[in-house]
Design a protein around this ligand. Sequence first.
Ligand SMILES: Cc1cc2nc3c(=O)[nH]c(=O)nc-3n(C[C@H](O)[C@H](O)[C@H](O)COP(=O)(O)OP(=O)(O)OC[C@H]3O[C@@H](n4cnc5c(N)ncnc54)[C@H](O)[C@@H]3O)c2cc1C
Length: 466
Amino acid sequence: MAANNIMAQSSSDYDVLVVGAGPSGFGAALSAATLGKRVLLIDRNAGPGGVAVFAGCPVFAGIDSFDGSVFGGMLAKLIDELAPDATIVGNTLTTTEDRIQLAMTRLLRSAGVEMLFYATLTGVTRENDRIRDISAYCAGHNLTFTARNFVDATGDAVLSRLTNIPVIHGSPDETMTKTLFFKIIGVEHFDKSDLKKRFAEKCFPYPHQDNFMGTTLGHSNQLLLNLSAVSGDAADPWDLTRMDIELREQIDVIVPWLRREFPEFRHCEVVSVAPNIGVRASCNIVALETIRCTDLDEDTPVAEPVAIGKRSYGEHYIKQFSSPWQSNAGGFRSIPYGALRTAAVSNLAAAGRCIGIESSAISAVRLMPVCIGTGQAAGFAAALDFPSYAKLREVMKAQKCVFAAEDFRKSNLKIDMESLNEIKKRSRKRPEIQSKSTPQNGEYSYLSTLIKPNRRCTNVVPKITK
Ligand SMILES: Cc1cc2nc3c(=O)[nH]c(=O)nc-3n(C[C@H](O)[C@H](O)[C@H](O)COP(=O)(O)OP(=O)(O)OC[C@H]3O[C@@H](n4cnc5c(N)ncnc54)[C@H](O)[C@@H]3O)c2cc1C
């Protein structure tokens, strides 16, 4: 069959088809395959990782959110795979983009997930309340795939929008700034808290940023900077290109400014700029149970928890770091099963940063460990044909997933020693990093204890030589 002179190929009989191979799509595909299902994972990028790999953010923040701890479910599998090539400081795991891509690919392959990259979702055929098939463009071919169930892990709710499912299209104000990550070398030793103080007193060339955001990458001499930012609509094709161009120009201004204003940066040089813009948020499905700011503020009980999110939200505002509606309520709140489902279509679940949540609350669910958690829940649910909550819960428990904030609180910081020791054995010997202070988040320091003496945690950026 020919379409526009290009051979159209199709494939069918998938139990679960996941569109988007970021952290949530990874979690969804891996969990569905773990139950023995035939799974296809497609992404327009060259591999899995999403923002972590293709927007240059190899930093998993909040890996403690899943007691058992991080050692249950799909996040545990990934951390296990990444640990030998990662640094864990407090509750944050930092590694490199290539390690994430490799680790995810290996896990997906060994679970039997079929992967198709360089494939862009272009269309959906919907029959009443079901998706029948999807189309994707890849390597000069228009491809069609059928499956029993689908997961929208595109971050921007692309599959849902193409299915005409109602979405909340957040305003640029609500959806936080978009950032282009870049890495520099040649920075001399500095104390991060002192630098943050001095940074806040200076006049950054762009109005949005009053908070120095930089992370050393493992044991490399590179500093990852999260300083560029624009406001705009990532679901608007023209705006996306406009933002990309502006962000690249910003970096060309920020780097000379850093050199001028901070003696430690006087010799710094850019070594890489991320290929894609990092989009924090754009569109979210209108879900059976859309999470609202008031739910997080009041910590309302969740009847059917499937993953664990945070209660705080409202940073990376377009005028300064904190938004006018920022809430710093500490702790966790469960994400309900209903936030992944929509009334409009029965064979679809959303995962990751496009689940049902008000735009201004998005940061409660957007960190990568949380996205893997909602992905895992969506994957299990799709694999089981969207079962009752009781059945889903039973399966997730059997797969050692910790997904209810209540469980997390109750069994706070219970360590799975077997997994820890296993990771320890596999960790490679690495040079020590000088450490001036212990992690602020002392109660989570077991993670750093785990990797001593191979890795040492520090809040202080290590001495970097050019
Ligand atoms: C600037 C920035 C800094 C961040 N910092 C941190 C941090 O330090 N720590 C942390 O834990 N989290 C951080 N995050 C949050 C985190 O990276 C994201 O929220 C998370 O990656 C979202 O996962 P996801 O799977 O939902 O979506 P994404 O990671 O966005 O993945 C979506 C995938 O879908 C694919 N896709 C989209 N449309 C199509 C299509 N039409 N066809 C085929 N494929 C498609 C994309 O190519 C992509 O691979 C940051 C995010 C940003 C933007």
